[in-house]
Ligand binder design. Sequence first.
Ligand code: GRF
Length: 203
Amino acid sequence: KRIVILVSGNGSNAQAIIDGCSRESIQGTVVKLISNVPTAFALKRAAQANIPSSCIDHKAFENRGAFDLALAKEIDDAKPDVIVLAGFMRVLSGEFVEKYLGKLLNIHPSLLPKYHGLNTHQRAIDNKDSEHGTSVHFVTPEVDGGPVILQAKVPVFEDDTADELAERVLVQEHKIYPLVVNWLCKERIVLTNMKAFFDGQKL
Ligand code: GRF
């Protein structure tokens, strides 16, 4: 299967997926990595791995619609079967999401449905949660609201800073995201009527 990865930053999750493909624990090939931030370190990772990459800088567009259109064109050129949002920090329009429904995955650093949006680690600490984690989900038009496919939990320690907690969560993200990407490549997970199914069973 052909995989396109969208990123905005460091790209450690993108790296985990690139590595999964080269180790063949993911039955797919990363055919392109697209960033919306010109300075994203993920672009260097792609170059290092000989993966074609491009940057569509959202700041160069007048509105979300124009950006989404340019992004869609860049994605379509790569003819992907699977589109992976890996630390991609732009909200995509409903129209965009509809177009790729069932092919679009995201990882969100919280135990969804808790903590949609930003600063999830700090919010878990502030609320004195004893556990926190990360969720891989299908992307649907509701931001961070698509059906969850797999989650991983980590403990929250009393003296944790948001950075320490984020690091603990990232370790888990690098394990579960490649797993789920492979499931989608193998068509073991499917989105039907906005619900996720694994081997035919509703999740
Ligand atoms: C991850 O924690 C992911 O859950 C969130 O953004 C972070 C991206 O990290 N969406 P990286 O760029 O993959 O290192």
